[in-house]
Design a protein around this ligand. Structure first.
Ligand code: NAD
Length: 486
């Protein structure tokens, strides 16, 4: 049922209705841990995008008017199908993205939880539909309808392939939208496997269409298509801006989840061991390829020396390597381009005078694969690219601060505002700092746990809109009031 994990045949990378197509522009898919070619996927182009949009448009009448209860059933069957294929999906995530198997397991569990959560929300839609609206006069009556917004385009990146897809796809299907999904050309394999599970779960043909391919060949025509009502995009700011510009021409809705340069603040009464653990988790999980990476670490002055020494020791002890080997804690970066980009950031950081505490290049003993050792910088200038730009690799910068106000100002500096972490024993102080931070999610003394019930997205240039929770569903709905006289 699932696509072969290693094969010389060209895998179908386009799904139109129930039909898989493999004859478009080939995409070479690499295993970042070995640099070996693991699959060739037949991608799409503007013509395939047209077929996919027409297929989604044809399926809309029936799916959009189906009951929430029916959609809930389908979403639950999808969740169970994913559960049954958990091991295969984990292996595909690790092989295609390079992340350790344990992290891939957390990804798959998140996807299952997301489909189950939106099944529950879909279940609740029927009873809430056509609710009376209280009016200040008695000669009019009004009711409220929530209707699916139409054919939607979902464009996703490579760092948490199936997770980013699930955060968009589950609420879109729950709302009654029909979908054209464009996976990242770097990591199409998990999504292609997921699509087969979804079809087996009984999603009607045409409700989900997939076009793998590059941003220019597929993403651009999809963002511009006049029959696409809404685009939900996760990726870089540069591309997010282009998507928004194209969407503007036909006034379509956009939800954007973009970059981050997030902070972790170690307050003066923090538990140092916990602070070190959360710093390494926030900086090196998924090899730092997280929009939510807390790569700016701010530590109270009197803790700084001891903290830096402990972070350095912990970073040096992280076991980097083959994601399938037991005990490996960090994998390779996703491809050569990302590897070179991160090394260039490190080189610029060194040139700017920052002090390298550890890492800074390829870990010893790993001659092949796109590996970068966990890297820690101190003495980082406030105007350096290291401090201001998203690195998207296992690189953190540590600075000390004198007062709480200074920490907050440093954390809020810049164009992004996705997440933050605060570490401190005094709950009142930690909450005061959390409330002052410009970020869509703040964790206090906690790792980066994300629940389907809590909103995902950020302030400033990190996002437009929110995913997850009821907000994720509302992003795929139109509101309609019907007001009658008499
Ligand atoms: P990217 O912007 O290069 O690509 C994202 C997706 O957009 C891919 O599917 C790509 O093919 C497509 N694309 C590229 N050019 C396009 C175009 N002109 N029109 C339409 N689509 C196009 O991002 P990436 O390198 O895949 O991912 C890394 C970025 O994603 C980072 O900046 C990271 O912060 C961001 N990200 C954000 C979140 C979040 O929730 N805020 C989550 C994950 C990743």
């Amino acid at each position: 049922m699932l696509p072969p994990e290693c094969s010389s045949e060209v895998l179908a990378g386009v799904l139109i209705g129930e039909q898989w197509l493999a004859d478009g522009p080939p995409l070479e898919v690499i295993n970042p841990s070995t640099e070996a070619l693991i699959a060739t996927v037949g991608g799409g182009n503007a013509e395939t995008v047209e077929l996919a949009v027409q297929s989604a448009a044809a399926a809309f009448a029936q799916w959009s008017t189906s009951t929430g209860a029916l959609r809930a059933q389908v979403l639950r069957r999808i969740a169970r199908g994913i559960q049954q294929n958990r091991q295969t999906l984990m292996a595909l995530q690790s092989r295609n993205n390079g992340k350790p198997l344990a992290e891939a397991g957390l990804d798959v569990d998140d996807v299952i939880a997301t489909f189950d959560y939106y099944a529950d929300l879909a279940q609740g839609l029927d009873a809430a539909q056509d609710r009376d609206v209280e009016l200040p006069v008695s000669d009019y009556a009004a009711r409220l309808r929530r209707e699916p917004c139409g054919v939607v385009a979902l464009i996703v990146p490579w760092n948490f392939p199936m997770v980013t897809t699930a955060w968009k796809l589950a609420p879109a299907l729950a709302a009654g939208c029909t979908v054209v999904l464009k996976p990242s050309e770097v990591t199409p394999l998990p999504e292609l496997a997921l699509a087969r599970i979804i079809l087996e779960a009984g999603l009607p043909a045409g409700v989900l269409n997939i076009v793998c391919g590059t941003g220019l060949a597929v993403g651009a025509p999809l963002s511009a298509h006049s029959q696409v009502a809404k685009i939900s995009f996760t990726g870089s700011n540069a591309v997010g801006v282009q998507v928004m510009q194209r969407a503007a021409e036909t006034v379509k809705g956009v939800s954007l989840e973009l970059g981050g340069k997030s902070s972790l603040i170690v307050l003066e009464d923090a538990d140092l061991e916990l602070a070190v653990e959360l710093t390494c988790g926030g900086g090196f999980y998924n090899a730092g390829q997280m929009c939510s990476a807390t790569s700016r670490v701010l530590v109270a002055e009197h803790l700084a020396d001891a903290f830096v020494a402990k972070v350095r020791a912990r970073a040096q002890a992280i076991i980097v390597g083959d994601p399938f080997v037991d005990g490996v804690q960090m994998g390779a970066l996703v491809n050569r381009a990302q590897y070179e980009r991160v090394l260039a950031h490190i080189a610029r950081g060194l040139a700017s005078g920052a002090r390298l505490e550890c890492g800074g290049g390829r870990p010893q003993g790993l001659a092949q694969g796109f590996y970068v050792a966990p890297t820690v910088f101190t003495d980082v200038a406030l105007d350096s690219s290291l401090w201001n730009e998203e690195i998207f690799g296992p690189v953190i910068c540590i600075r000390s601060f004198g007062t709480e106000a200074e920490a907050i100002a440093l954390a809020n500096q810049g164009d992004f505002g996705l997440v933050a972490t605060v570490v401190g024993r005094d709950r009142v102080a930690a909450n005061r700092v959390a409330d002052a931070l410009q970020a869509g999610m703040v964790w206090i003394n906690a790792p980066q746990v994300i629940f389907p019930q809590t909103a995902w997205g950020g302030y400033k240039q990190s996002s437009i809109g929110r995913e997850l929770g009821p907000w994720g569903l509302a992003a795929f709905q139109e509101l309609k009031h019907v007001v009658s006289a008499g």
